[in-house]
Each structure stands twice: as structure tokens, then as C-alpha cells.
Design a protein around this ligand. Structure first.
Ligand SMILES: Cc1cc2nc3c(=O)[nH]c(=O)nc-3n(C[C@H](O)[C@H](O)[C@H](O)COP(=O)(O)OP(=O)(O)OC[C@H]3O[C@@H](n4cnc5c(N)ncnc54)[C@H](O)[C@@H]3O)c2cc1C
Length: 388
């Protein structure tokens, strides 16, 4: 049986283990952290995300924690004007064949872990940081910080945006900081003032920053993400902050947005980064997936969903090339690369558009008004129409 070593036990790594096991392979996940965990932040999942989870057999474990928002509302932060709306109603579900969902990252990872633990052929190991890999005739091994070697027939680098597997393969240095800092907070839904809409995804656009909020964890929690133009540098994913800059950037905004920004006493911040699409995701018996392959700014809300899609396609290719993982990996890359590149590039462009001031913001707002409703739905079809 083909034995696949997976470096990294985040969304991409666990999803890949499930997909590989379903394809008849053995999967060993090496995760550097002492426990599998995700810190608080929400994930928006278009219909493509739900389809990927259904294909992996994970949706059932997640469904009870997921929320189906009523709409995506885009508002101007200065005065609260509704610029555009994509209803996520019956019509949306009929158009795409399934729903748009919002979930907590921890709920998603736990659902993946629940399925992985129940799937024969998957071994999950914590406290094992992969520092590099080496290849020999017909085999590949991951070398871990504890001085051990884990040998297999193939290796998947699912070790995130600062992937050491990628560094060894491509040597393209650290990811590129975007000059945007993302502040995240999670509140109890009872702490959200009544005037704030907690049933929808709301996107507030402002000069120099934007805010997104929506409910997660079966509606018990309220997820808030704020992105601002800020030159703060760090390679850490979760640095505590009091978010002083937010008061400055969003001074004088609509009272509902102000009420949202006043909720958290503490934020976690991340210096937003991405990379230009890579020409190569692997070589021979190894490949990269998820953020290790295609880290993206989160403005199309698609990084985690892309990791799930990667895993599904990888599983399909492994099933078709069970004794030849190298062929499966190359074929997966060929299928996935153009889509991943489009998402990375589109998200990067949105960064400038979302934070624009006049006169660009005037044309942006006109465009959002024009593509509201059904037109907005069709504009996103290239992203949401993906099927396993
Ligand atoms: C603010 C914000 C909002 C977002 N919102 C959305 C959204 O709405 N929708 C969406 O789809 N995506 C969203 N994303 C993107 C999404 O979070 C990521 O794309 C996704 O988590 C990538 O998963 P991954 O498993 O590839 O990487 P990671 O989640 O980074 O997982 C990598 C794993 O590998 C481990 N690891 C790292 N190095 C090693 C090593 N050397 N050896 C062993 N283990 C290692 C890490 O500990 C970690 O567990 C958002 C991101 C941000 C920052």
C-alpha cells in the first residue's frame, strides 16, 4: 500500500490524509504543534467549500456547527449605506445546488479530525516538526526536529504559509507582506448590540481599511475581522493587540460599525502576506498543497476552501494512479494551478479596491451597486461553481 507522509496537520494536511486514505493509501500526518488546534477566526465557505467537504465525507460532522447566513451585505462604512447585496436564499441554493456557510476554524478542524480518526489507514502524530526531506530510489523521507526519519513512498508539504518543505523545494524565501494587517476577534453573540445584524455576512468598506463580520459556532459566536493599511511586520499568526489603530482608521463611521469595533477588548493580529503563484508545486514523489502551495490574502475568503479542493483533487488523482504517486501529484498540480493562481491574483487586487478612497471608491461603489443581487451571484460563479 502506498504510504504518504504529510508535513502539517492544519486544514490542508488533515483533509489530504482523509482523501489519500479514501483513495486506498496509508497517510501519516506529522504536526509540529503539541496538539491539533486552530485559534479563533471564522471561515466563509462558498458552495464549492461545502461540496469539497461532502466529497471528503466531513460535512455531516461539521453541519451542526455551521451557520447559513441570510445574505452578504456590502456597506459603506462612512454612512452605513447598503451598496450591494447577494441574497444567500433559496434562489442562491438553486443556482449553485447547495448553500453558502460560515464556520469557526476550530469547528472545521475538529470535524476533519473526527473523520480522520475514524478512517482506517490514517496516523496522526503531534510534536513532530519536519525540517527537511530527502529522496532516494523509490522512497522519500521526512526528517523531524526530534532527529527521527519518517519514510514513505510520497510526501505532501501541507505546512502552511511559511512552509519549510516549500523552502527546500523552491528556495523562494519568506512570503511577501502586503502592507495590510488583519485584526481578528471572536465575541459571544449576546455581547453584540441589537442594532447590529448578526444573521448575515456584512462587509464594510472604508478608506484605508475594511471590516467583515458574521456569526459562527451554530450562532453562539460572532466573528469580526478588520483589515487596515499598516506597516507592521511579524511572522506570527496571532499577536495580541489592543487595536489602537482601528479607532483612528474608522473614526466617524456608521454607529452600527462603531458598535461592532467597540466589542472586543483584545484583538489578534496578523501581518497579511501572500506570494506570486509558483510555477512548480513539487518534484517526483512530493508536492505542496494548501497555503504551502498558494498562500493568498483572505479577501476572496478562499484559502481554506482551496486547501479542501486541493485535497479532493489529490485524492481523485491518487485513486487513479495508486501505484504512481508522482503521476498523481503532477496531474493534480496541472488541474489545480490555474484556479489557485486566479484566486491569489484576484484576492491581491481586491486589497487595493477595498481600501480605496475617492475618486476610486466612487467607481467601486457604483460597480458594487450595479452587480448587486443576481448579477453578484453570477460574478462569483467562477469561484462557487467548482465541483469535485
Ligand atoms: C484573517 C483571515 C481570514 C480568513 N478567512 C478565510 C475564509 O473566510 N475562507 C477561507 O476559505 N479561508 C480563509 N482564510 C485562509 C485560511 O485560513 C488558510 O488558507 C488555511 O488555514 C490554510 O490551511 P493550511 O492547512 O494550508 O495551512 P495552515 O492552517 O497554516 O496549517 C499548517 C499546519 O502545519 C503545521 N506546520 C507548519 N510547519 C510545520 C513543519 N515544519 N512540520 C510540521 N508541521 C508544520 C502548522 O502548525 C499548522 O498546523 C483566512 C485567513 C485569514 C488570515
Amino acid at each position: 500500500m502506498t504510504r504518504i507522509i504529510i508535513a502539517g496537520g492544519g486544514i490542508a494536511g488533515i483533509a489530504a490524509a482523509i482523501a489519500a486514505a479514501k483513495a486506498g493509501c496509508e497517510a501519516v500526518v506529522l504536526e509540529r504543534a503539541a496538539a491539533f488546534e486552530e485559534v479563533g477566526a471564522g471561515i466563509q465557505m462558498g458552495p464549492n467549500g461545502r461540496r469539497a467537504l461532502e466529497s471528503l465525507g466531513v460535512w455531516e460532522a461539521l453541519e451542526r456547527h455551521a451557520v447559513m447566513p441570510g445574505a452578504i451585505n456590502i456597506r459603506r462604512a462612512a454612512d452605513g449605506a447598503l451598496l450591494g447585496q447577494v441574497p444567500l436564499d433559496k434562489r442562491f441554493r438553486e443556482r449553485f445546488g447547495t448553500s453558502y456557510q460560515v464556520v469557526h476554524r476550530a469547528d472545521l478542524l475538529n470535524a476533519l479530525l473526527e473523520v480522520a480518526r475514524a478512517t482506517p489507514g490514517i496516523e496522526l502524530q503531534n510534536g513532530r516538526r519536519v525540517s527537511f526531506y530527502k529522496t532516494s530510489d523509490g522512497a522519500i523521507s521526512a526528517l523531524t526536529d526530534d532527529g527521527c526519519e519518517e519514510a514513505g513512498d510520497a510526501l505532501i508539504g501541507a505546512d502552511g504559509i511559511r512552509s519549510s518543505i516549500r523552502e527546500q523545494l523552491l528556495g523562494d524565501g519568506p512570503p511577501v507582506l502586503a502592507g495590510h494587517v488583519l485584526y481578528r476577534a471572536l465575541a459571544d453573540i449576546e455581547d453584540v448590540p441589537e442594532a447590529v445584524d448578526t444573521s448575515c455576512v456584512t462587509l464594510w468598506l472604508h478608506k484605508g481599511g475594511h471590516v467583515v463580520h458574521y456569526p459562527v459556532s451554530a450562532g453562539r459566536k460572532f466573528n469580526i475581522v478588520v483589515a487596515v493599511n499598516e506597516d507592521w511586520r511579524s511572522d506570527k499568526w496571532s499577536t495580541p493587540s489592543r487595536g489602537e489603530i482601528l479607532t483612528e482608521v474608522f473614526s466617524g463611521v456608521d454607529s452600527r460599525l462603531k458598535a461592532v469595533l467597540d466589542i472586543p477588548r483584545k484583538w489578534l493580529r496578523w501581518a497579511g502576506a501572500d506570494r506570486k503563484p509558483a510555477p512548480l508545486w513539487g518534484k517526483g514523489r512530493m508536492t505542496l498543497i494548501g497555503d504551502a502551495a498558494h498562500p493568498t490574502l483572505p479577501y476572496l475568503a478562499s484559502g481554506a476552501v482551496m486547501a479542501l479542493e486541493d485535497a479532493v483533487v489529490l485524492g481523485q488523482r491518487l485513486a487513479a494512479n495508486r501505484d504512481d504517486p508522482a503521476a498523481a501529484f503532477r496531474s493534480c498540480e496541472t488541474i489545480r494551478q490555474p484556479r489557485a493562481a486566479r484566486i491569489v491574483e484576484s484576492s491581491h487586487k481586491l486589497a487595493g479596491v477595498y481600501h480605496a478612497g475617492p475618486p476610486l471608491s466612487f467607481f467601486r461603489d457604483q460597480f458594487i451597486r450595479f452587480s448587486s443581487g443576481r448579477r453578484g451571484m453570477e460574478r462569483m460563479a467562477w469561484l462557487y461553481d467548482w465541483r469535485p
